[in-house]
Design a protein around this ligand. Sequence first.
Ligand SMILES: [Zn+2]
Length: 106
Amino acid sequence: MHIAKNDTVEVIAGNDRGKRGKVLKVNPKSNRVVVEGVNFIHRHTKARRQGEQGGIIEKEAALHVSNIMLVCTKCNKGVRIRTKILADKTKTRTCTQCGEMIERRS
Ligand SMILES: [Zn+2]
């Protein structure tokens, strides 16, 4: 998967299209990521005990990686990336638009 934790990504599909956020969680098995401030779901909770407060809990739901793009800081937009494996086996990701390397911050 080309998206890693702490990446800045842009949403390219759905209700949150155009929104940007930081990747909080990555699930490589399901190809889903949780992005900060994006794709909120509302869960209604009821007060179960006395003194407990019921209400609405807002929480980010996971998005499929196909719905997001990595943001290139140089292009300042969501871009396609190219993955290259160097001689020492480190993986690099470069922007296909400007060739800038996008480092992993996790
Ligand atoms: Zn770029």
